[in-house]
Design a protein around this ligand. Structure first.
Ligand code: CP
Length: 310
């Protein structure tokens, strides 16, 4: 449920299984979890995470069902606990949960005693996204490597840019990448990256000047401004774009060889311009592609062993 619960050996195992399952004959793969029942429980909207978890579970042969907050008894006031117990009574053997409250996967796991996979909990974590981001980076920077250790990303600088404060993707990456030796630079204006982040932890630095950060970057991870979590915070978007938008001119001048990542959804013309999003340095769709393999490995793990689920 958190990348912090995974040892580097476990991360390596997930990366290795992802590659194995991706390459496996689909008919053989579909026998692995044949007829196992998995519920997707989504209290927030999602395109990438929901679809890729569903394709991953189905690819392993599972039956899946989707419960979303807008078309279920959650609308009538049913609690997370009661919804979870209902899904268990219906035969669910694991639950994939996206929820606006931090820590909700732990609560649901306690109440249902089922494996719960964290598909994003509030502003806390998005572990499967960090794992697929890692797979994307390794694919380009350390091709063929699935066994990772404390030096795997030595010499790599990953700059995470934008709405760090509200981003569970940023948090999971900040918690994972320095353990593999990467240097992480956080970059954004004070309202989206408060000064307390200066002490975010070992291997993590703050650089408020985007162009100085870009010039040091092996990887640039752009983030969307999470309008749904701003809670009244007013931002001047034109000022924001002037300081932090990744456009073609900036990329060419300060980071002409950097890999460009974004967890999506992207807001074209705000944090990133179309020429960059669609350009040769962009790995945004490759990230989406890696989501299915990583989530196959996570779903298989959840249903074949207990504890320490990401
Ligand atoms: N990256 C991500 O979580 O995207 P979705 O919200 O579409 O799932």
């Amino acid at each position: 449920m958190s990348v912090t619960t995974l040892t580097l050996d476990e991360v390596s195992h997930i990366l290795t299984r992802a590659s194995f399952l991706e390459a496996e004959d689909p008919l053989e793969r579909a026998k692995r979890l044949a007829k196992r029942k998995i519920a997707l429980l989504f209290y927030e909207s999602s395109t990438r995470t929901r679809t890729s978890f569903e394709l991953a579970a189905k690819g392993l042969g599972s039956d899946t069902t989707l419960v979303s907050s807008l078309s279920s008894s959650i609308e009538k006031g049913e609690t997370l606990k009661d919804t979870g117990l209902t899904l268990r009574a219906l035969g669910a053997e694991a639950i994939i949960l996206r929820h606006p409250n931090s820590g909700s996967p732990w609560l649901l796991e306690q109440e249902t005693r089922l494996p719960v996979l964290n598909a994003g909990d509030g502003m806390h974590e998005h572990p499967s996204q960090a794992l697929l981001d890692l797979r994307t980076m390794l694919n380009h920077l350390r091709p063929g490597v699935t066994q990772v250790g404390p030096e795997t990303l030595a010499g790599v600088t990953v700059t995470i840019v934008g709405d760090i404060l509200h981003s569970r993707v940023a948090r999971s990456n900040m918690l994972l990448l320095p353990r593999l030796g990467a240097r992480v630079i956080l970059c954004g204006p004070p309202p989206l990256l408060p000064d307390v982040a200066v002490d975010a932890g070992p291997g993590i630095e703050v650089e408020r000047d985007f162009e100085r950060a870009l010039a040091q970057s092996t990887v640039v991870m752009m983030l969307r401004i999470q309008a749904e979590r701003l809670a009244g915070l007013q931002l001047d978007l034109e000022e924001y774009k002037t300081a932090y938008q990744l456009n073609g001119e900036r990329l060419a001048k300060f980071a002409p060889t950097a890999l460009v990542l974004h967890p999506g959804p992207i807001i074209r013309g705000l944090e990133i311009t179309p020429e960059v999003a669609d350009g040769p340095q962009s790995l945004i769709l490759e990230q989406v592609h890696h989501g299915v393999a990583i989530r196959m490995a996570l779903v298989e793990r959840a249903l074949t062993q207990k504890g320490g689920q990401a």
